[in-house]
Design a protein around this ligand. Sequence first.
Ligand code: ZN
Length: 595
Amino acid sequence: MEFTGILNDYMVGFYRSRYVTKDNITRWIASTQFSPTDARRAFPCFDEPSFKAMFTISIARPPNMSSLSNMPLKDSVIESHNITWDNYHKTPLMSTYLVAFIVHDFAPYQHSTNNSFTVWTRQNLIDQGVYAGEVGPRMLSFFEHYFNIKYSLPKIDVIALPDFGFNAMENWGLITFRESGLLLDRYSSTISNNRAIALTLGHELAHFWFGNLVTPRGWDDLWLKEGFATYLEYLATNKIHPDWNIYDEFFFDQTSTAMKIDRLISSRPIHFKVENSNDIRQVFDAISYSKGASLVNQMANILGENTFREGLRKFLNAHSFSNADHDDLWNALTEQAHTDGALDKAVSMKNVMDGWIHQAGFPVVTVTPDYHSNILRFSQKRFILNGKTQTKSSDKWWIPISYTTDTETNFEDGKPKFWLKDEGEVNISLNLTQWYLVNLKQNYYIVNYDEKNWKVLSEIIMQLPPVIRAQLVSDSMSLARAGILDYSIPLNMLRIIGTRDKEIIFVPLEVIFTETDFLYNILYNTPAFGVYEKYFWHIFYFALDKVDFSENPDDPYIIKRIRRLVLPQACRQPNMNCALTARQIFRSWMEHDHR
Ligand SMILES: [Zn+2]
């Protein structure tokens, strides 16, 4: 079949882009971005994930440039003085959106221990590709062990493109990145850049199993690859940087981020019927990525780490080089859970999970105690930020309830003690003395307690693990914004954390500053702003005053993160030391270090 595509300037399909070298010479490169529906711009095809095919690619290029594709080069044939043909090995069965080819004049970097993993950058930036070249192969071998399935292709190329519309794209064997998403400059990159590079690299490599080897049958199950890759990027990053404690940041990065969108009445179910290319582009959002990752985390909590991983292996082995949907996942996980006794034989993952993917939003679990008869009463309702909004009373979820109390304190047992299902309230007998705490592993719901329990939890909050502190701040602020809880509860909780947290723990502080930014913004230019500012400066005086600019490149990860978090807040006051020092440092940088 004859077909002519156009090398376009739109950053989709097969497109050209340019960059300017240090010597002011303009250079051109050509690359591809086919996901989700632009392979059809480059070649005729059934351009949907379920039509898998093998691709044998040949590319004509000028002799002074190179090319790359999914598979290794088979041979090169000189056709004329200005055209050379590069012929590539045939790919395994794969979806069209994962095909890629690039013509470039970049430089390669390979770590000495691995010659099948190559990072490509512009000639003068190759030093900045070293980090990715070192951690990439280690992440790959982490996933090979985790899934117990070897990576399917003979090589990996990772390339940093000057013009790229996404952060990165998991083309099989040829991952494309925007430069800022891959390159680490030891002079100007921050700890946030470093962290983002590690997470994104982990994300794209995870796709080689979740997405490329086993592909969602349709775009309506996009979360099945994006939710998983987003969850798995934390596992890979933790393997490389165990000292970062990156798991602790999952709640803020993903769960609370997803909830901020999912608590609006306009939110959508994660499994979403898509009719055309525009619909498909719309589902690449925080619901697919962050809610998806939060639900994956919830499944791991329900089943336990080992059963969950074995179930995933089963799922991947059953559908390799093919497609699957969420029912296939439920089946594999249920089978494993029944074998291991992790789930009652009468219960399937379909029972448990269908409600979470077919309904928009998430529930608030209301717990009402009867302190005389030692009973806790649990009920559920969809949580909507505008508390007055009527919701369908049929919106119900299978909610895995874990809890602990002051008499038998155990924050680690996140497995469900019971299910709060669609049949109404559940009463639990419990020895109620001082406090109780629900949802120990930050599953995808929020909890509202009685006022007495909120107050006791606030009082003892510094004895709770940092992630649970963050969760309580986030839940109580959401409830207050919805008009369900009095603002005095979260504001008092913040006061206790702010004045007692002498170590300045990162995770709760990150949630607190995000939540108080909301108050700052709505109170700004109102008469109440002065009172709020006084409250804020008084409570967080310790953190705002103690963190300073004395950065040392060898500082631990978490110290650098705290500095990045606290300084912008501290510098808001023009007369604080922070603002004065910042001006000094900037002036000196302009005069001396400017590169
Ligand atoms: Zn992805």
